[in-house]
Design a protein around this ligand. Structure first.
Ligand SMILES: C[S@@+](CC[C@H](N)C(=O)[O-])C[C@H]1O[C@@H](n2cnc3c(N)ncnc32)[C@H](O)[C@@H]1O
Length: 288
């Protein structure tokens, strides 16, 4: 290690293991939301969580109607269905219209069906017929028509969702500003601002939304300390301009692959952290 550098902060130009670590971190991020845990049919029953720390030993829950999966268990980047279950139990009633403008594998729609809510799912690259193709920045919905909105957006460029040029997952939240005064990740945050404005437009007044997101980090050549992207707080501050904050939940991320691989050793050696939680921001539209 060169002199004067903090422990673990190696010069990436001289450390041949740096590229390997970058790949490991990337893989760890990508696999961080893969299904794990207790087998279908053996999961603990869901009950309302009462603190702001949420944890459940599976990606999916065993529904009362007998379904064992919500959304697709093979979809990389799917939302844990019990997170959506918790939100719908608290902030919606039977028959309410719930929208998900970035519906992915359709987890929100399946939880809605389970709980007797009307789910409307949209995505730039729909994965199943009950999801409508639409850009989350221009939804085919009337103003003030939804009772609740859930959204789990791309966290920068972690997952390759589709080749659609409108996919926000193509925009790098850690990209340095190209012009003076142009902040890091400007294109990503500008796109997400458009999504949040659209959510505000379609949501009824005095109704709620949930946004589930994680920060991001990647090792970068020539950048000691890596590139940390505080996506959670950045999106929260964008939402604050239109919505009233109701609460902030920390959702524990389980990742079996993280323990199987040598990810923790790499994080220790490289002096960085693996993502251990997701934010769930609960917001209310309060325009009066
Ligand atoms: C994290 S995934 C959503 C996962 C989903 N909640 C589930 O459980 O399967 C993010 C989704 O955002 C979609 N997406 C990206 N850009 C979009 C845009 N501009 N408009 C609508 N959907 C978009 C992607 O295609 C991807 O399906």
């Amino acid at each position: 290690m060169s002199r004067g550098r903090p422990p673990g902060d190696r010069d990436p130009r001289r450390d041949p293991r740096d590229a390997l670590r970058a790949r490991i971190e990337q893989a760890a991020s990508e696999s961080a939301r893969e299904p794990r845990g207790v087998r279908p049919g053996k999961r603990p029953p869901l009950r309302l969580f009462t603190s702001t720390l949420w944890e459940y030993p599976s990606q999916h829950y065993d529904s009362q109607s007998g379904t064992k999966f919500q959304g697709s268990k093979d979809y990389v980047g799917a939302t844990p269905s019990w997170v959506i279950w918790q939100l719908l139990q608290r902030y919606t009633r039977e028959g309410d219209t719930v929208i998900d403008p970035m519906c992915g594998s359709g987890t929100t729609l399946d939880v809605c069906a389970d709980l007797g809510r009307t789910g409307l799912g949209f995505d730039i690259a729909p994965s199943r017929p009950d999801i409508t193709r639409a850009d989350a920045r221009a939804l085919p919905l009337e103003d003030a028509s939804a009772d609740f909105a859930f959204i789990d957006p791309p966290y920068s460029t972690h997952v390759d969702y589709s080749d659609d040029p409108g996919c926000i997952g193509k925009l790098d939240a850690g990209e340095p500003g190209r012009r003076p005064g142009n902040p890091t990740g400007a294109a990503y945050y500008e796109a997400m601002e458009g999504v949040i404005a659209e959510l505000h437009r379609v949501l009824k007044n005095r109704r709620y939304m949930g946004l589930y997101v994680s920060d991001s980090f990647r090792k970068e050549k020539g950048r000691p300390g890596g590139n940390f992207m505080p996506i959670g707080f950045e999106l929260f501050s964008i939402m604050r301009e239109r919505f009233r904050p109701v609460d902030i939940i920390s959702v524990v991320r389980h990742n079996k692959k993280l323990t199987r691989g040598n990810w923790h050793k790499a994080a220790e050696d490289g002096n960085y952290f693996l993502r251990g939680f997701n934010y769930l921001f609960i917001m209310k539209k309060q325009d009066d």
